[in-house]
Design a protein around this ligand. Structure first.
Ligand code: ADP
Ligand code: AMP
Length: 214
């Protein structure tokens, strides 16, 4: 099964993608996580990507598309995958469709996690990320057992620089301009499924499993 996660920054794409990964045993590919790993490792890609990420802008398609095409051609993706944070532009979506089509393949579902803008800033200011395993928490809605410490790997949690309210506002504007058109795009391809991302995260997951099947 090949799934993409759509939705505003902070809608809960990564949270749900991790749950889908565990239940359906599919690789979870997050472009944001790939960029952050490159920034941490100080690679050339990381240095270039950071300049855009810090400003709340998208990393250019020229740096993003080949990276994802290469990742989904790895053997662990043969049985499918969950793409989280990609595609974010129409050219990205078209490159993905073309790559799949060339293998006689196509996406199964575009899951759109819908959360209105007014709830996004609260979501993001409470988000805490783990630098060790990448798991995401929320200080109120998904708190770790011990404050500031990852339940899974024990690392100290951090607040992402790009989750500062001013950057979140820019990211939301970028989302509406560049990414939201993908909702129409995948609706036209008849694979769009929208879930209410304001529900409790277990309820959102239940709605997603109702779509994907047992
Ligand atoms: P995205 O990957 O779409 O940017 P995340 O999955 O990182 O979003 O979620 C953003 C923040 O909101 C995180 O702190 C996460 O714990 C929290 N969150 C995710 N889903 C829900 C939900 N259904 N209700 C409340 N908080 C949520
Ligand atoms: P995320 O972790 O999905 O919130 O992504 C964090 C940041 O990484 C985004 O604000 C973008 O700057 C960048 N990014 C992630 N995925 C993409 C993508 N598909 N295209 C362009 N930029 C991306």
């Amino acid at each position: 099964m090949k799934i993409i996660m759509l939705g505003a920054p902070g809608a809960g794409k990564g949270t749900q993608a991790e749950m889908i990964m565990e239940k359906y045993d599919l690789p979870h590919i997050s472009t944001g996580d790939i960029f952050r790993a490159n920034i941490k490792a100080g690679t050339e890609l990381g240095v270039k990507a950071k300049a855009y990420i810090d400003k709340g802008q998208l990393v250019p398609d020229s740096l993003t598309i080949d990276l994802v095409m290469d990742r989904i051609s790895q053997p662990d993706c043969n049985g499918g995958y969950i793409l989280d944070g990609f595609p974010r532009t129409i050219p990205q979506a078209e490159s993905l469709s073309a790559a799949l089509r060339s293998r006689g393949d196509s996406l199964d579902y575009a899951i759109n996690v819908h959360v209105p803008d007014e709830k996004i800033v609260t979501r993001m200011s409470g988000r805490r990320a783990c630098p060790g395993c990448g798991h995401t928490y929320h200080v109120v809605y998904a708190a770790p057992h011990e404050e500031g410490i990852c339940d899974k790997c024990g690392s100290a949690l951090y607040l992402r620089d790009d989750d500062a309210p001013e950057t979140v506002k820019k990211r939301l504007a970028v989302y509406h301009n560049q990414t939201q058109p993908l909702i129409e795009y995948y609706c036209g391809k008849k694979i769009l499924r929208t879930v209410d991302g304001t529900k409790d995260l277990e309820e959102v997951f239940q709605d997603i499993t109702n779509i994907l099947g047992a």
